[in-house]
Design a protein. Structure first.
Ligand SMILES: Nc1ncnc2c1ncn2[C@@H]1O[C@H](COP(=O)(O)OP(=O)(O)OP(=O)(O)O)[C@@H](O)[C@H]1O
Ligand SMILES: [Mg+2]
Lengths: 245, 244
């Protein structure tokens, strides 16, 4: 990796995002609107909102960053900028980490705003400090970025890239413990969800939701999610070929 | 041709075989590109110009043969800072301004940021420098793409139809610039469909169906074909080849 190229790539990706006002607005506003819905849905059960709203704070960044990244990377491939970059001194890691860091920063801003809204507007309560919630949200965003980078290799059009979202996100969403506690699920389903990273981030959020400070479960869960991030990034690097037919 | 020992050639291609899809595009092509000169690459659409250029910059999977640039195998990491490539379709970020694009490629190439404005001026985009590429005209778009390759001041420039869609004035200015770069020691390989550009090259490579059918100076090609008009000369060469 080259710090100059990595830094330039982070700046470039953030500038692209900045020029896309609509996406910025969606990224910031949509989670708050959805929190409003969840809040209204559980208006007579604050405990349910504390549980479900909290899980959603981790899930938004994952979904949004997965979508944004897979489309941004697909554009690099289809507009020829990727081919051009691969003829320059840029390393594959410069590009992948450039996206990871830039969208990670964007996710940190988003998660902070959404988390503040959850606490101050909707009165969410957690055992531990909000910082731990934001940390999970950022790690989840980076997870979305890395899976998005990987998924883009398997899509030829933006239309296809969008189709990957339900494929990759929905199974994780259904089994992560948000809709039904994991220990009440069928055994085989529980085994499948053991392989889904979102399961661990939702567990980490629950951990700081009920405990006054993060326990070892929290840190183990975060480590597992980060391990998945690394595997996805290595796989994404393998799909970036300098030479193509 | 394909003389690897020739010190005057910056690019040497030897017995290059490339298959794309199920089509054999290049079948044992050999050629050299002289250092410090502007070489034109001409030939009918689909003859393999882009494929050859992709092999030279090291992004094309090749079946056999060798390509050397500045004495190193094409695509060698040591070459990446020394070779600039402009793809046929403009490859810049549409959601960034011209200046932001050029700045980014300058940083990636390790060039000084002070060169950014100079290059933007040379491609004639001063008034558009802070406009999003998305909002540029077709010709402005391809000049933005050209600027991004020029900003690194590479020793070898591979330009795939860089002047397509440009008016004669800007085209003439860019060709002056290409010759300035060559005079400064750079090697340029420029593909084109426009005959008046062929006359401005120091040397020409004429391709047909994946083979080089002429490799000479414009004057020598005119003399050999017995016509003062390069367009006529090319048609004669291509027809003579086709009837063989
Ligand atoms: N990705 C690809 N897969 C399969 N075949 C391809 C691919 N790209 C190009 N070809 C084929 O390879 C041949 C050479 O293409 P190439 O792009 O090198 O031509 P060209 O000389 O640059 O043409 P033009 O002047 O129109 O740009 C063409 O017959 C084309 O159909
Ligand atoms: Mg071409």
């Amino acid at each position: 990796m080259n710090p100059r190229i990595l830094g330039a790539t982070i700046a470039r990706v953030l500038r692209q995002l900045k020029h896309d006002h609509r996406t910025v607005a969606l990224v910031v506003v949509v989670p708050i609107v959805l929190l409003l819905f969840v809040h209204a849905l559980f208006s007579d059960s604050p405990a349910a909102f504390d549980r479900i709203g909290l899980a959603m704070l981790g899930i938004f960044p994952f979904i949004i960053m997965f979508l944004i990244t897979s489309i941004a990377m697909l554009r690099e491939r289809t507009t020829g900028t990727l081919e051009r970059l691969l003829t320059t001194p840029m390393n594959k890691a410069d590009l992948l980490f450039g996206y990871g860091v830039a969208f990670g920063v964007a996710a940190a801003v988003q998660a902070t705003i959404a988390t503040m809204a959850a606490y101050w507007i909707f009165g969410m309560n957690t055992g531990a400090h909000a910082v731990w919630v934001i940390l999970v949200a950022v790690v989840n965003a980076v997870l979305g970025v890395s899976l998005g980078l990987l998924a883009s290799a398997f899509a030829r059009t933006e239309f296809q890239a969008v189709q990957f979202m339900p494929l990759i996100v929905t199974p994780q969403l259904l089994t992560c413990g948000l809709f039904a506690p994991r220990d009440q699920m069928a055994g085989w389903l529980q085994h499948i969800s053991d392989f889904f990273p979102l399961t661990y981030s939702v567990e980490a959020l629950r951990d700081v939701g009920i405990n006054p400070s993060p326990t070892s479960t929290y840190w183990t869960d975060l480590a597992i999610v980060l391990a998945v991030v690394i595997v996805a990034l290595v796989a994404a690097a393998a799909t970036l070929r300098r030479r193509t037919a | 041709m394909g003389d690897l020992t020739n010190p005057a050639s910056a690019i040497s291609v030897d017995e290059l075989v490339v298959t794309r899809g199920r089509k054999a595009v290049l079948h044992g092509l050999s050629c050299c590109v002289e250092a410090g000169a502007v070489t034109g690459l001409l030939g009918p659409s689909g003859c393999g110009k882009t494929t050859l250029m992709r092999a030279i910059v090291g992004v094309q999977i090749v079946q056999s043969g060798t390509v050397h640039v500045l004495g190193r195998p094409a695509g060698d990491p040591g070459l990446r800072a020394r070779v600039g490539y402009v793809t046929q379709a403009p490859s810049v970020y549409a959601d960034l301004t011209v200046r932001q694009n050029v700045w980014y490629f300058a940083r990636v190439a390790g060039a000084d940021s002070s060169t950014v404005d100079r290059v933007i001026e040379r491609v004639g985009l001063v008034d558009e420098a802070d406009q999003l590429v998305h909002d540029l005209s077709g010709g402005q778009h391809s000049r933005a793409s050209l600027a991004c390759a020029l900003v690194g001041a590479p020793d070898v420039l591979v330009l795939d139809e860089p002047t397509v869609g440009l008016d004669p004035v800007i085209r003439a200015e860019l060709w002056d610039f290409f010759h300035e770069l060559a005079a400064g020691g750079a090697t340029l390989l420029v593909s084109s469909h426009v005959m008046d550009e062929a006359t401005r090259c120091d040397r020409l490579l004429l391709m047909r169906e994946g083979d080089i059918i002429a490799d000479d100076t414009p004057d020598a090609i005119r003399a050999a074909t017995g016509t003062a008009d390069l367009e006529q000369a090319f048609l004669r060469l291509i027809r003579a080849e086709a009837s063989e």
